[in-house]
Design a protein around this ligand. Structure first.
Ligand code: SF4
Length: 346
């Protein structure tokens, strides 16, 4: 039944909404496997290398009130999370970024909570771009203004991430009572207008329907600078209002990754290690993802808890998983300035 859709995806044709919905509704193991194989084939036909993205968390002091119901990142939301409020100093941000670069990870995400109009993001962009050769993604949600987005562009920020989470307005308002979907959409629009690559993703397993996911993916198509889609499976963070909500199944995460790949052949499809679980990273790759986020090298100097769950991906383990699947982890040579310091081994 889905063969025609699969062939159209393999030919690089644009899938229609009803076709994408049909893919989500697939239940048979044979057809599900076919979707995964096609997604991998499309990814591999472009590039067999898998991007690694590390993380620096700038602050968990969040002014959004009430807090998002699933959030275990903001201060005092979860005993499993950071819990205590922190704001990283310039030196701490620099130290962490350098540790990432020294390990050969090519890309870092600097992310933080709301209430700073993007000034924290601009400070991080300045530090990372003036002191390292790392590719930089900034994610401070919708806590950005036109001015700070332009400043991020001035510092050569490669990507700005603003996840819509879900485009089902009722569900968004229920899960994020302190935020408005239109503010997130406005930030995505401004990022496009400034010409920076946009990353914008789906939080799944939160009560949305397949049609919500389809509508979400088609909405993202409307942003010309869209370059990345994170697919984030929900995990309950202890003590939060959603602590008893079931986690998103691995199968649903794989299916959503694979269908996204069938729709967006060339995009970076990101799976954060904390949301899928570090032990499941291989399944995201089997489903066609090509970027693993929250990858932390040994010797990383800061305490780290993932967004979505307290775990993270250890660099050595993630690169091992990628290689075991016959794919190539994108790991950079140690930069010259580290070699001059006598560091020659990654
Ligand atoms: S998810 Fe982000 S915006 Fe919402 S409460 Fe947590 S830190 Fe704040």
């Amino acid at each position: 039944m889905i063969n025609k859709i699969i062939n159209r995806a393999l030919n690089g044709e644009d899938l229609r909404k009803n076709e994408v919905l049909d893919l989500f509704r697939v239940q048979s193991p044979e057809e599900t496997l076919k979707i995964f194989e096609t997604a991998s084939e499309i990814r591999n036909s472009r590039k067999r290398s898998i991007k690694l993205t590390s993380t620096v968390h700038l602050t968990n002091a969040c002014q959004v009130n009430p807090k998002c119901k699933y959030c275990g990142f903001a201060a005092k939301t979860s005993s499993e999370g950071y819990y205590h409020s922190f704001t990283k100093t310039e030196d701490e941000i620099l130290m962490a970024a350098k540790a990432v670069e020294k390990a050969g990870i090519p890309r870092v995400s600097c992310s933080g909570a709301h209430g700073y109009h993007g000034r924290h993001a601009v400070q991080a962009a300045k530090i990372v771009k003036e002191n390292t050769k790392l590719e930089l993604l900034v994610n401070v949600g919708s806590d950005l203004t036109e001015k700070t987005i332009k400043q991020l562009a001035d510092y050569q920020t490669d990507t700005v991430c603003c996840n819509l989470e879900t485009v089902n307005k009722e569900l968004f308002n229920h899960l994020k009572p302190g935020e408005l979907l239109k503010d997130r959409l406005m930030v995505c629009k401004m990022v496009n207008e400034v010409g920076i690559e946009l990353s914008s993703g789906l939080l799944i397993g939160i009560g949305e329907s397949y049609l919500d996911r389809v509508n979400h993916l088609f909405l993202l198509k409307e942003f010309p600078t869209l370059g990345e889609i994170p697919i984030m499976g929900f995990n309950p963070y202890q003590d939060t209002p959603m602590e008893n909500h079931p986690p998103c199944s691995l199968m649903e995460q794989m299916k959503t990754i694979a269908i996204t790949r069938l729709m967006f052949n060339d995009l970076r499809i990101t799976v954060p290690a904390p949301t899928i679980g570090p032990e499941n990273v291989k399944f995201s790759l089997i489903a066609g993802a090509n970027n693993v986020a929250t990858v932390i090298p040994d010797g990383y100097p800061l305490d780290i808890k993932g967004v979505g769950s307290p775990t993270y991906g250890n660099m050595e383990e993630v690169t091992g998983t990628i290689k075991a699947l016959g794919l190539d982890p994108e790991v950079r040579e140690v930069p010259c300035h580290f070699k001059e310091m006598g560091i020659s081994k990654i």
